[in-house]
Design a protein around this ligand. Structure first.
Ligand SMILES: [Ca+2]
Length: 439
């Protein structure tokens, strides 16, 4: 029987430090006696030692049997999916036997990855390195640029997205924490020879930044616009302020303008009420699957803990932070489709569109960071046509520690990055990029 080490972030006196990349691992039912003695956010150490409370049963949520993926587009007017709360653990081990290949190693927090035409990887490392790696010769990496980041806490060089017309314009969009601090989306250009990149222009600036909750995910959507995931930067109320760039998923043009058809006229806000998202993707019907980190037990978060979440959202939805969390509801606020009482801190997210594993098609995969090397895993969720969860299972659990980005590759395989060198896991010989396919 395997023993799982649950990190319990107890906010003991001044030693508070929750992994704030994450929700607290403490079960929500535990008393919050220590929470009142928490320390100001900026003083919190990044990590606290995990406390072994012994083997814990992994109770899978009560779920309907696995069903085939939806073959008809769901009605956007359907009521929100029923929120499933997993009281303990994360889910059953995955049913599919997978083969995992390391395609790059020796990396330092590869936060986001993409592909250049021709198949080379382009990678952000949180300390500011923008790398080009040939998966066939992963030792021959090229540092395309060194971005002048303010790497502190969870900040640094984070998201990366290539312009949909990259082959013609060579534009690379980067999300990074600049001095100030402030988070920024900046456009860079890959040189003609592909050996370097240089800054072109700032696309979006002054996104609130702090040691924690910097968001950072960038993705171009099916509509060609740029979506930017941000965090509340330690000020939860900003998530409900639709004029603030904090705690949102923002939608802007490739030049940084606000599209005319955004849900709130004149606002970049696409979704709000978010605490700290690092992962989202689109379902075939246009709704967005969004991950968010639950609270850490600190006083400014009401001492609440755990309950990382995944939500299926439509444009303009309010995901509720900080007014509601877990499966709580309130008028005009959207509860998640699934939430876990034990911290399951989500990194990137991608919907599987490959052919190698047909059982996975249409399912959402989340890189789980985990506080301690045994919680990190690749999480699979299948939603039915109504958005209710029908399958929730774990892969690679404990195999590679903390997992961060999850992206579909141009070859139709799923790629995942590890994040053991971010100060909250085991760095060892450095972080890796993994290809996940059928065994
Ligand atoms: Ca929420």
């Amino acid at each position: 029987m395997r023993t799982r080490t649950l990190c319990i972030c107890l906010l003991l006196a001044a030693a508070a430090g929750c992994d704030d990349d994450t929700a607290d691992d403490r079960d929500a039912s535990l008393p919050d006696a220590a929470a009142d003695r928490g320390v100001p956010l900026d003083l919190m150490p990044e990590t606290a030692p995990p406390i072994d409370i012994g083997p814990q049963p992994d109770a899978a949520p009560d779920m309907a049997p696995d069903t085939a993926p939806p073959d008809a587009a769901p009605d956007m007017a359907l009521p929100p999916a029923e929120c499933q709360r997993v009281a303990r653990g994360y889910g059953d081990p995955g049913e599919v036997d997978v083969d995992v290949q390391i395609v790059a190693q020796g990396l330092d927090v590869p936060w986001s990855i993409g592909w250049l035409p021709g198949g080379d990887l382009i990678v952000t490392e949180r300390d500011g390195a923008l790398l080009r790696i040939d998966p066939a010769a992963p030792g021959d990496r090229i540092e395309l640029a060194r971005v002048p980041v303010n790497e502190a806490g969870e900040g640094g060089l984070l998201g990366l997205a290539l312009h949909p017309d990259f082959a013609a314009n060579r534009w690379i969009y980067l999300y990074y924490t600049a001095r100030g601090p402030a988070n920024r989306v900046e456009r860079w250009t890959l040189a003609e020879d592909g050996q370097s990149a240089e800054a072109d222009r700032i696309i979006l600036d002054d996104i609130p930044a702090r040691q924690y909750h910097n968001g950072g995910r960038l993705r171009f959507g099916p509509d060609g616009h740029l979506y930017v995931g941000t965090g509340d930067a330690g000020s939860p109320d900003t998530s409900q302020d639709t004029d603030s760039l904090a705690g949102k998923i923002l939608r802007i043009t490739d030049e940084g303008a606000i599209p005319d058809d955004n849900p709130l006229p004149g606002s970049a806000t696409w979704l709000y009420g978010i605490r700290n998202t690092q992962g989202f993707d689109w379902l075939p019907d246009g709704r967005m699957v969004v991950t968010d980190h639950g609270p850490s037990g600190i006083p400014t978060e009401g001492g609440r803990t755990g309950h990382d979440e995944i939500t299926i959202a439509a444009p303009g939805d309010n995901l509720g932070w900080p007014d509601i969390y877990a499966c709580e509801t309130a008028p005009d606020m959207l509860a998640p489709a699934m939430t876990w009482a034990n911290a399951m801190p989500p990194g990137g997210a991608a919907i599987y569109t490959g052919d190698a594993i047909p059982e996975w098609r249409g399912d959402t995969f989340i890189g789980v960071l985990g506080f301690g090397d045994d919680i990190g895993h690749l999480h699979r969720i299948r939603f039915d046509a109504n958005g209710d969860v029908v399958t929730s299972e774990t892969y690679l659990r404990g195999d590679y520690g903390r997992l961060r980005d999850v992206v579909m590759g141009p070859d139709g395989d799923l790629y995942v990055t590890s994040s053991g060198c971010d100060g909250r896991g085991s760095c060892g010989a450095g972080d890796v990029i993994l290809r996940v396919t059928r065994e």
